[in-house]
Ligand binder design. Structure first.
Ligand code: ATP
Ligand code: MG
Length: 402
């Protein structure tokens, strides 16, 4: 019944000069997310993007509509979208299509309820169109009422059971019954790339999602401690990255074995300071990998005060290990908010699977909550081949496309 999906965007519509670039990125992302999944054409005119079936097909199948809805609900930059019937901008064509689109849905509602309420919402962006929005609404209300049992139909402008939308543009008129929410934000890629430090926990996947939502393409970096951590730990992170990649053109996962350095830290440094020392080493390696993969910043799932390594003092000491920009989009969030977010984006069930983490395997019994930078530097000086180890671990990193 539908021969298009109308897509609306918001934030990018107000971005003045950058607008064209954002639209180009958004459409490119839509193409790459749909490739191999739905055959379609994506078109764009001033402030609207719409999707049509591939040449030769008149309508989308129900399965194609479902696939499209799944993809569009994960496509950053989109505010909302509606499966729609497109017709030429001619009043008689619009009326005929309105009756056709409304009839089955209105009739089904009337089969369930004695009285059904509805409204028509018309918008005319083509000011040359000879009917005003109000006239279109009245005309369509009439044809819709005629197409079903008019005696059991009420108009309700505030909270109707059914709502038929009509948008008249120069190029086409669109009729639609439903509007679905998109994820909002900015098209992935329009703000460069960040390297997200991805553990198997709950927070760092949410961090990756937030960065993508702000238009950053994300590559992932995870540290394991093989053979002290099992292959399941790496597999879990791979699954998290795959789940997150559904929201972008798939990013690369970099896997690093931190164990050689962790053993040195364990054997040579003060036990209570270990966690901060592991984190500083992670950031140093991350900075090198960011340079290699063209990421302009690192991002972590740290939140102030959540654990010992995330006190202000320790965050400052960890931060001071590198010069690259570090983004912490969750720094002001509560754990309960992050859990809710993880559930929404689909990473939560993977995150809660039990698997040992690289840091916890070598964790001290009671980590220090305040390690001054001077102490960390002095501890690191106890490891004779510290820099060489960092380089070796970085060089041994393995990459995959989850
Ligand atoms: P998460 O749910 O992200 O694991 P957490 O509350 O368990 O968060 P920590 O384990 O202290 O927090 O880690 C803080 C941040 O450090 C993580 O969000 C992640 O960005 C990074 N991190 C921790 N462990 C690893 C790891 N093994 N590999 C990559 N990054 C890590
Ligand atoms: Mg963790």
């Amino acid at each position: 019944m539908y021969n298009a999906v109308i897509c609306r965007y918001h934030e990018i519509a107000i971005k003045g000069n950058n607008r064209r670039e954002f639209e180009r990125q958004l459409i490119g992302n839509m193409h790459s997310m749909m490739r191999g999944k739905v055959e379609c054409r994506i078109r764009q005119i001033r402030g609207r993007i719409w999707i049509e079936p591939a040449a030769g097909a008149a309508f989308f199948t129900a399965a194609e509509q479902q696939t499209l809805a799944g993809i569009l609900s994960r496509c950053f930059g989109l505010e909302s979208f509606s499966p729609a019937r497109l017709v030429p901008p001619d009043m008689e064509e619009i009326k005929a299509a309105a009756a056709e689109v409304a009839r089955p849905v209105f009739a089904a509602a009337q089969a369930e309820k004695t009285r059904v309420s509805f409204r028509i919402r018309a918008r005319r962006s083509d000011k040359e169109f000879p009917f005003r929005s109000r006239d279109i609404e009245i005309a369509l209300a009439e044809v819709v009422a005629k197409s079903v049992d008019a005696d059991r139909l009420d108009v309700d402008l505030d909270d109707p059971d059914l709502s038929l939308g009509c948008e008249v543009r120069e190029e086409f008129a669109a009729l639609f019954l439903e509007t679905f929410r998109g994820p909002g934000g900015l098209p992935v890629g329009c703000n460069g790339k960040v390297l997200v430090l991805l553990s198997g926990g709950i927070d760092s996947p949410v961090c990756a999602y937030r960065m993508m939502k702000r238009g950053c393409a994300v590559d992932f970096l995870t540290f394991h401690s093989s053979p002290y951590t099992p292959p399941e730990s790496e597999e879990k992170v791979r699954e998290l990255a795959a789940c997150l990649n559904r929201y972008q053109f798939p990013g690369t996962l970099h896997l690093c074995n931190l164990a050689p350095l962790q053993k040195q830290i364990r054997d040579l440094c003060t036990e209570r300071d270990r966690t901060v020392l592991y984190r500083r080493a992670m950031l140093r390696i991350a900075e090198k990998i960011a340079t290699q993969c063209g990421a302009g910043a690192l991002a972590t799932g740290e939140a102030v005060g959540q654990v010992a390594s995330q006190t202000l003092r320790n965050l400052a000491t960890i931060n001071a290990a590198v010069r690259i920009l570090i983004l912490r989009p969750l720094c002001g969030s509560d754990k309960s908010e992050l859990i809710r977010m993880a559930e929404e984006i689909g990473t939560y069930p993977i995150s809660i699977r039990k698997a040992p983490d690289s840091c916890t395997v070598f964790a001290p019994a009671s980590p220090a909550t305040s390690v001054p930078e001077s102490v960390a530097t002095a501890e690191e000086a106890k490891i004779p081949d510290y820099d060489r180890l960092l380089d070796e671990i970085t060089a041994a990193a393995v990459t995959c496309r989850p």
